[in-house]
Each structure stands twice: as C-alpha cells, then as structure tokens.
Write a protein that binds this ligand. Sequence first.
Ligand SMILES: *Cc1c(COP(=O)(O)O)cnc(C)c1O
Length: 382
Amino acid sequence: MAKDTAAVHAGRMSAQHFGVVNTPVYRASTVLYPDLATLEAGNVPYKYGRLGTPTSQSFEEAVTELEGGARAFVCPSGLGAISFALLATLGAGDHLLMTDSCYGPVRPLCDRVLRRFGIETTYYDPLIGGDIARLMRPNTRAVFCESPGSLTFEVQDIPAIAAAAHAGGAAVLMDNTWATPLFFNAFEHGVDISIQAATKYVGGHADVMIGYVCVNQANVKRFADAQHDLGLYASGDDCFLALRGLRTMPVRLARHRETALTLARWLSQRPEVSRVLHPALEGDPGHAIWKRDFRGSSGLFGVALKPCSHSAFAAFMNGVKLFGLGYSWGGYESLIVPAHITRSVRKFDADGPVVRIHAGLEDPNDLIADLEQAFAAMGAAQ
Ligand SMILES: *Cc1c(COP(=O)(O)O)cnc(C)c1O
C-alpha cells in the first residue's frame, strides 16, 4: 500500500464507534471492570487511562503502519520521545554516540541527565559515515542520528553508520522529523528506533505538542516495559489532533516541499545570501546522499546571509510580514528564526547570520514578495 493511502486508512476503528470515521477523544483515568474475575485476569484492551485508550491506540497503530515498524509509543512531546528512546535503550556504564547536528535541547539531555545516570556521550561529525566504526567502544550501546541535521541540514549516510553500529552491537536511533516517514523510510535504511516530533508535520497546525517512537520487533518488549515504567502518556485530545493532522500530511508535505524549493532557489540568487542549506538543491554538499536515500524534501531549510550589521539583520527579520518569528515548524504557516548553532566537533562555517525558514502553505509568490520587501528594508538599514 502506498504511504498516501496508509495515511488515510491506517489506525481507523469506525466499526467500534458507530461508523464514525475518526476515533473519538477518550478522556479517561478510571476504566471500570465488569467483575473481579475480569480485573484479576487483566485481559481487557484498556485497563487504565495512562496505559492507553482507543484514541492513543488509533494514533500508535496509524504511525506504526506509516513507518513500517513493529510498534509505536506515543510521547508527550518530540523531546519527550527522544528522552524516552534514550532511557529505554541505555543504562549505567553505557556509551552513546550522538550526532553533532542534533536538535539543540538534546545536548543538555545527554550532558546533564544521562551523565547523572552514568551514561557517557561522545558527539560525532554528522558526515562521518562508516568511519564511525573508529568511535565505537565495547560499551557503545546506541548511535543517534538526525538527517538532515537541525539548523545546518547535513545529510548523514545512515546505511553506512547503521552497518558500523550494528557490527559493534549498538542500536541505531534516528530523529526523522524533517523527512517524516513519507520521505525517509528509516527502517529500510538500517534504523532500529525511529523518532518523530509529531508536533511538527504530523500535527501540522501549530496547536499540539506530541511525539512518538516507532521500533522494530527486537525492541518492542524493552520499549513497552519502559513506557509502562516511566508513566509516559499523551492526552486523548492531543492524540486526536495528531491523528487528524496525519490524514492530510501527504498533501500538505507536497505543497511544503514545492514552496520550499521555490523559495530556496530564489534565495540562492539573491545578493544578500551567501549560501542556502537545502539538500534537495543540486549544488548542496548532501545532495547525492539525499537523492539516493530520500523520497522527497520538506519545507524546512537554512539560509546563510552575507555579513551585515545587526541593525540591517534586524530590519530584515522585522521586515517580513507573512513569515512569523517563532520556534517550532511544520504548521501551515511560514516561519523564520535566527539559527543559534551549537557544535562541539565540526564548527559551522558562516561569517554572516544564519536563519531557518519554514515554507508554509501560502502562495509562494506572496512569500517571495514578502522576502523581497524585507531585503529592501535591510538594504535601507545597511
Ligand atoms: C522540534 C523538534 C524536536 C522536539 O519536538 P517538541 O515536540 O518540540 O519537543 C525534536 N527534533 C527535531 C528535529 C525538532 O525539530
């Protein structure tokens, strides 16, 4: 079944809900048992709100099918999904290899929380490929990837990294939020544990915080136990919104992709721009691997501006009218934010400010006109 079809049909349970197309919002803590024997046997589909409802089950089943994994676990946010995956995988004395291009807040998670539990993190060059074998230690239990990287958009050679990780007995975890399972099939490329900040494209409307982890068969028991033990939960309302967003994700992503490419090509011709960071552009250093492994590109990319005064930069950022200034992305609206790049292994080369753009669902010509007038304001402030 094509992914677009799966996005429409997966995880539906209309027959159990009077034919209603969408699984309704179940708000529950207590679930009542008909008698003592049933309670003691415990073989009912829903036991207690925290342990799952039809709404969370619909969402988990839908994303499992889209990912092509064995089972998915809903989490309270994307970062919550990352911390859940790392805590489920690692223990005291273990070593973690973390890409230097990871989503920023993952660093304090490694450097504060995991360190406190006796887990050591080594950051690695996102472009290391199969040479990651040289960083593997006997206690390396996990290799964490994100491709393209947050803010800098380096494309990782996931199959080469996965082969080296597996040879050393480590699990491969990947933050696949940029591509979603529609544009990068994590499990086909050697990933064991696929993580999604569903806050972004799955939700798609800038109004829900949610995440999930989808695992292969070998990790189902470990992750089911960890979810149970950690008490992770997402509300029925949030599962409902995420599932509602998922149904239209393929059509939204197609538009995000086209508009981002239009903006990226236009920006790369601008005199104010030194480099556009978008792996689907022919000249991008990650283009060859992106083309080999990905089925599409999404709406998020970076722009390195030529050196300019801070007041000129401010005139540009304050000059845009259709692009909102704010964090997160993946909603229907266009966004722009300054990129604060933290790297410990490979310094990112930029002598001017770097911004991150999310191309929304507006008409691309209006977005270009908006950027054009913001560049004019920038020129006037130079
Ligand atoms: C936003 C983001 C996250 C975190 O998701 P939240 O739902 O905001 O916690 C994780 N990874 C990537 C790549 C992100 O962009």
